[in-house]
Design a binder for this molecule. Structure first.
Ligand SMILES: Cc1cc2nc3c(=O)[nH]c(=O)nc-3n(C[C@H](O)[C@H](O)[C@H](O)COP(=O)(O)OP(=O)(O)OC[C@H]3O[C@@H](n4cnc5c(N)ncnc54)[C@H](O)[C@@H]3O)c2cc1C
Length: 510
């Protein structure tokens, strides 16, 4: 007679606190296998990378420690999920598989459907709990924020006190950080993962770093310290959004009058971004194909037959000849994180000035972002590339951004050592530097560092015209209304309308 067991399947929820599937399963009294599956095909995809694995690896070590202290260590297996569950079901009799609803990419979506079918065929229960504020089968976007806010107020699920262990041994091995399964060798560094580091980062942000959050949020070089840096923890689930929302609330209650001045506005802004997070992930949950299709179908053919290999290579390696853009890309390659505004600028520059398809630039960035979160990523990519049909065009001017956010060129010089000796007045536009042939030149532009790959103003204008042309038609507006109904933010209650009319202000470069 086979031992009857339950399984808790960990995916992007690598924690034991506020984990409804784990708590529910632990209360069933049956022996329990907590499992994490390394799926080789997923790791071959265009979005996954060794940076992700490094972070996850740290998380799995902490998770295993926690589960072991509760009575049953984590089981880590490599292979196809259905095959792994089938093998376990030959050795044990699985009653239920518990997991969180994952809003992943198309591959994980299809994988989940396969697991669902397999469970049905084998008479195994599949019990899924919602994660974050993302609502599965949402009937109307109008109701979304009410449901999300209610969830954020619900009691945090406590960590189980005990997990009933299985009686026989089961194979488990954590692949190493340098295992070839995880693609290209690591370039640069990766933020430390794991629940312990998540708590350290959360506390240091709420108690100290958030005091200068808004002040430095867009400053490259400073934002990495003053932003929360919780994105990777949220993406891989070492913290739940609800845990953070409720920690902000607690922190607010502790603030003195003076502290309120220092932290109040910053914590409000931080809290809103956590809501944005759920808002953006909801878009992918509602429409999984936004990973591969433009939200507005009119933009689908925009990049057809465009050859951009050379431009893509220059952009993706930080060699466009625009120092601020290149410094941001090199910084990202090295650190696996960059702040929101710089992500937006990198995408805007690729999509508009270089006319690169957002799917191509997006895959490159997904691999570089340690915090890759499909729902935020694909929605933001489309928004910053002007293909949603419901957002204004935001074209960033790389020189203006450079002057505003790196006035002394310190960030540029750090990431582009070729320019470290160029006179400061030329740091934002090094091609204007006319070297005196008699002097020993500090840098030869076009040789030590590239000339600009395109004329950014001209190309931005061309791109905007092409997009504007698409937006003009009547049919365009009709589809935009439907998109707004499905995905638009309901923040502005009065007469929401798709922003299809471009004002002079919007035509300016940001
Ligand atoms: C093209 C593009 C792609 C992006 N891809 C991702 C991604 O794959 N994963 C990811 O977590 N974020 C992504 N972002 C959003 C944002 O840049 C990051 O969440 C943020 O920089 C992470 O740093 P932090 O945790 O210190 O953020 P904080 O400023 O401290 O914000 C706290 C949390 O709020 C959420 N958040 C912040 N800004 C946004 C935003 N604009 N939209 C949605 N949620 C937000 C994140 O979960 C973040 O961890 C992307 C932005 C752009 C423009």
């Amino acid at each position: 007679m086979l031992e009857t067991i339950n399984i808790v399947w960990f995916k992007r929820d690598l924690r034991t606190n506020d984990h409804a599937p784990l708590l529910n399963a632990s209360q069933q009294k049956l022996p329990l296998i907590p499992i994490y599956i390394v799926e080789p095909i997923y790791w071959e995809s265009d979005h996954s990378s060794r940076k992700h694995w490094h972070f996850i690896h740290d998380c799995l070590i902490d998770l295993n420690d926690e589960l072991s202290s509760l009575g049953q260590p984590l089981v880590i297996q490599v292979g196809d999920s259905v095959e792994i569950f089938s093998k376990i079901n030959e050795k044990f009799s699985i009653k239920n598989i518990y997991s969180h609803e994952e809003t992943g990419n198309i591959w994980t979506y299809n994988r989940d459907k396969r697991v669902q079918e397999w469970c049905k065929k084998n008479d195994i229960g599949l019990k899924e709990n919602p994660s974050n504020g993302v609502v599965r089968n949402l009937s109307s976007r109008d109701d979304w924020s009410k449901i999300r806010n209610k969830r954020m107020l619900e009691k945090i699920h406590p960590k189980p006190k005990f997990i009933n262990p299985i009686s026989q041994n089961i194979h488990s091995k954590l692949p190493s950080k340098d295992n070839i399964l995880f693609g290209e060798p690591l370039l640069g560094r990766v933020q430390r993962g794991g629940r312990i580091n998540a708590i350290i980062d959360l506390k240091s942000f709420l108690n100290e770093r958030s005091s200068e959050y808004l002040y430095h949020i867009s400053a490259p070089g400073k934002s990495e310290k003053y932003c929360s840096r919780l994105s990777a923890h949220l993406a891989w689930g070492t913290l739940s959004v609800r845990e953070i929302v409720q920690s902000i609330k607690k922190r607010r209650l502790q603030l003195s009058v003076d502290d309120k001045k220092k932290y109040g506005r910053n914590l409000t802004a931080f809290n809103s971004r956590l809501a944005w997070r759920c808002h953006f992930i909801q878009k992918l949950e509602t429409q999984p194909d936004i990973e591969i299709h433009c939200m507005h179908s009119a933009f689908e053919q925009l990049h057809k037959d465009d050859a951009c290999d050379e431009k893509f290579l220059a952009w993706s390696t930080g060699q466009t000849g625009y120092p601020f853009v290149d410094a941001c890309m090199r910084n990202l390659i090295s650190e696996g994180w960059i702040t929101f505004r710089m992500r937006a600028m990198l995408v805007s520059f690729a999509s508009y000035q270089l006319w690169i398809d957002w799917r191509l630039s997006g895959n490159h960035l997904a691999k570089l972002f340690t915090d890759f979160e499909p729902g935020i990523h694909f929605s933001q990519l489309q928004m910053q590339s002007g293909v949603t049909g419901i957002n204004a065009m935001r074209v960033y001017n790389p020189i203006k951004q450079s002057i505003e956010h790196d006035p002394n060129g310190e960030f540029i010089k750090k990431w582009i050592p070729e320019l470290k000796n160029i006179p400061i007045e030329f740091i934002h536009e090094p091609w204007k530097f006319q070297q005196n042939m008699l002097d020993k030149s500090p840098v030869i532009i076009g040789q030590d560092y590239p000339l600009p790959i395109v004329d950014h103003e001209l190309e931005a204008k061309n791109a905007k015209e092409k997009i504007y042309e698409v937006r003009k038609s009547k049919k365009f507006k009709h589809e935009s209304r439907i998109i707004f109904k499905n995905h638009g933010s309901r923040k502005f209650k009065s007469k929401p309308k798709p922003r299809n009319i471009i004002t002079d202000k919007q035509l300016k470069l940001f």
